[in-house]
Structure formats: C-alpha cells, structure tokens
Ligand binder design. Structure first.
Ligand SMILES: *Cc1c(COP(=O)(O)O)cnc(C)c1O
Length: 390
C-alpha cells in the first residue's frame, strides 16, 4: 500500500541528497575530526563546511553553532547554561504549551531544585499572553524560554518582539525553533535571541542530531562535560556523519523555504478548506494567521482522535492526534487544554503536517477517506444526533 505521509511535525523523510552527502563518512572516511593527521582532518574540513551551512541557514557565525545529539539536548543545554550563569536567580519563565523537552524540564527544576516557574498561558487561539509574560519578568528571572512555533497547532510566538523586552530587562532568552526551522525564515541576528534550538530530523536530516545556537559573548557552561569538542561547549566525539547530513539539510531547507511558503501552504489550505466544507462540526485549532504554513490541526466534534487515526492508518494515511492516549490518560493534549478547546471537539483533533514531498493528489485522498470515516464514527457516537453535537 502506498503511504500518504502527513506527520512531518513528528519526523521527516531524510532527503536523498542528505543520504548521498553522508554515505562516504559512514564508510571509508571514518577519521576523527580532532586528529592531527590528514585522514582525520579530511572529516574535520567537512564538519567545518557543515557548521558553515548551518550558520548560514539561521544567519549565525559558525563559532556560534554547537552540535548536540537532538533538540531535547539543545533545550536542556540552554536552560542548564542559563542557570549556571545566574546562580542567584531562582525564577524561570516559559509558556504552558511547550514541547515536553522544555515543559518537563521546567517541572523537574520546580520540583527538585525549588525554582519558581511561570508558565505563561495562551488564549483560545493559542496566542501568548504577552502582558502577563512581560509582567512576570523580574530581576530574579534567570531565563525566558519560549517556542518559536508550536508542534501541535503550528501557532507562532512573536519571538523578535519578546526578545526586545528581554534585552531591555537584561534577561537571557532561549527559543525552541525546532518546528519553525525550514518552515519560516530564521535569522538569529534579526530575532535577537541569545540561544536557539534546532533538530535534524524535523528538517529532513537523520534523527539524533541537534544544534544549539549560542550567541557570541555569553559565557556558556556545557551540559556534557568532557573533551574540548565544540570549543568546550559539548564534550563527546562529534557525530560526524549526522553533522554532515544536517549541513546539507540546512542548505536544502534554505533553498526550499519559498516552496514551503507557496506550494506547501497551498496544499495545507486546500486540505483545510476541503475538510471544513465537506465535514460539518469541524474546526481548526489555533490562530489561522500566526501559524506555520505546513500545519493543520483540525477538530471534529463528537468523535475520538485515536479512532480516526486507526481508520486512516488502514488506508495508509499517517497523521497524528494531540491526545496523550499512550500514557493511558484520556485527557486531550495539554496544548488544547491550555487553549480551553471544548472537551468534545478537543478529543477528535487530528494534526496533518505537510512537507514539500506531499502532493495535491494526496490531499484529495485524505479528504475522500476522512469524510466517510467521520460519518461512520459519528453514527456510533452518543454525542452526535441529527447532524450536530449533543
Ligand atoms: C521534536 C521537537 C523537539 C525535540 O527534538 P528531538 O530531536 O526529537 O529531541 C523539541 N521541541 C519541539 C518543538 C519539537 O517539535
């Protein structure tokens, strides 16, 4: 069966060009980039090229790029460095819709280290309460960490505007840009952030490679203490193969940004319009404007997300529900709960996240599959009667 892959916010296909770039370094070119001999230095030169490509992608200097093992490590390393830089400050700020890499870390710091944490709320559209954010900043605040784009809704936070405020107040600002990368332009100088996280597998590079941008001048303490790799900012022999792949992926992502903003956005809008028109009792979660061009998080009244996913899966369609069913909890996603989306429609929410590999034919397959699927589930639902939710 042919797969229709629309779960690109979970992970992406490794681009063929990326695989090709990496292959020699899986094989004969296995040297250590830190070695003094020419054989290792060959790899060192290629890692240097990759670092330049990553830097170019986000308008950073190569010296400001630290390679890590994943987006999660980048997030942890950023917060860790901030807390070490300001040991006397015991307050940290984030939002209540962050990825677990930040949310659970903040919960952990609160529980085990006694940090005072402000989880700034979002409104019904998933937009951040900026007034509350600014009011919560104080001399005691060690760091503000906010995601650039939400992984479930695709809703964007105004990073540049927030960075202006944190700069005024002399507070460090980190952004998790894992979902924003490759979908909207990222310019660290224009944005004015101190630290920024990226993950390879969300932009068509392999899993297990991440980046932390660390602005020049910040006295950064490593999370992984060891060798002098990454200029003492991350111990451990470099994952050379994946770094080289990520460099290529960043180059491609930069080239493909216009396609993301036109063609992929067009496909997303086509899917959105088609589903809203053909399925009554459906609604989009999150702000329609301040949103990634590839993401559609759509709720269907009176049905369950897991059931929809199972029936889509039978037809080879890969999507995602925001629900935390895997943990045995029947609660809908923490993002939808934070947005106060009504319980009965939050439960039937499905996220379609596209890439430039998707086609209009695939959008048509999703629409023609989903219409009878929702109908079938509603026929069995106690919450659906006479064409509406009860
Ligand atoms: C996927 C993701 C991460 C984690 O990245 P990994 O490389 O999988 O650790 C962090 N933040 C956001 C917003 C993500 O979508």
């Amino acid at each position: 069966m042919k797969i229709v892959y629309t779960d690109n916010n979970a992970t992406t296909k490794v681009a063929d060009e990326v695989i090709e770039e990496m292959l020699p370094y899986f094989g004969e070119l296995y040297g250590n980039p830190s070695s003094m001999h020419t054989f290792g230095d060959q790899v060192g030169k290629k890692v240097k090229e990759a670092r330049q490509r990553v830097a170019d992608f986000i308008n950073a200097d190569p010296d400001e790029i630290v390679f890590t093992s994943c987006g999660t490590e980048s997030d942890n390393a950023a917060i860790n460095a901030a807390l070490i830089a300001f040991p006397e400050k015991k307050h940290i700020i984030t939002s209540n819709v962050e990825h677990p890499a930040i949310n659970n870390l903040y919960q952990h710091l609160k529980k085990t280290k006694g940090y005072e944490v402000t989880f700034v709320p979002v409104d019904k559209k998933g937009l951040l309460d900026l007034d509350l954010l600014y009011k919560s900043m104080s001399d005691n605040t060690a760091i503000v960490s906010l995601m650039w784009a939400n992984n479930e809704t695709g809703v964007l936070f105004p990073i540049e505007e927030i960075a202006k405020k944190t700069r005024e107040k002399g507070i460090l600002f980190h952004t998790d840009a894992v979902q924003a990368a490759g979908k909207i332009p990222i310019d660290v100088k224009k944005a004015g952030v101190d630290m920024l996280s990226l993950s390879g597998h969300k932009i068509h590079a392999p899993k297990g490679i991440g980046v932390l941008y660390v602005k020049k001048g910040f006295k950064f303490s490593p999370l992984l203490i060891g060798g002098h790799q990454e200029k003492g900012r991350r111990g451990g022999t470099e994952n050379t193969v994946s770094i080289i792949g990520l460099g290529k992926a960043c180059e491609l992502a930069k080239e493909n940004l216009p396609i993301m903003n036109t063609e992929v956005r067009g496909l997303r809008d086509y899917l959105q319009t088609g589903l809203l028109e053909k399925i009554p009792g459906s609604s989009v979660n999150g702000d329609l404007e301040q949103r990634l061009p590839n993401t559609l998080y759509i709720g269907f009244d009176a049905v369950e997300g897991e059931s929809i996913l199972l029936l889509l899966d039978r037809e080879g369609i890969c999507a995602s529900s925001g629900s935390a069913c895997t943990s045995g909890s029947l609660d809908p996603s923490h993002v939808l709960m934070a947005m106060k989306v009504p319980f009965k429609s939050a439960h039937g929410s499905i996220r379609f996240s596209l890439s430039h590999y998707n086609t209009k034919e695939e959008m048509d397959i999703i629409i023609t599959t989903l219409v009878p699927v929702i109908q079938k589930l509603r026929d069995m639902s106690p919450f659906w009667k006479d064409g509406k939710m009860v």
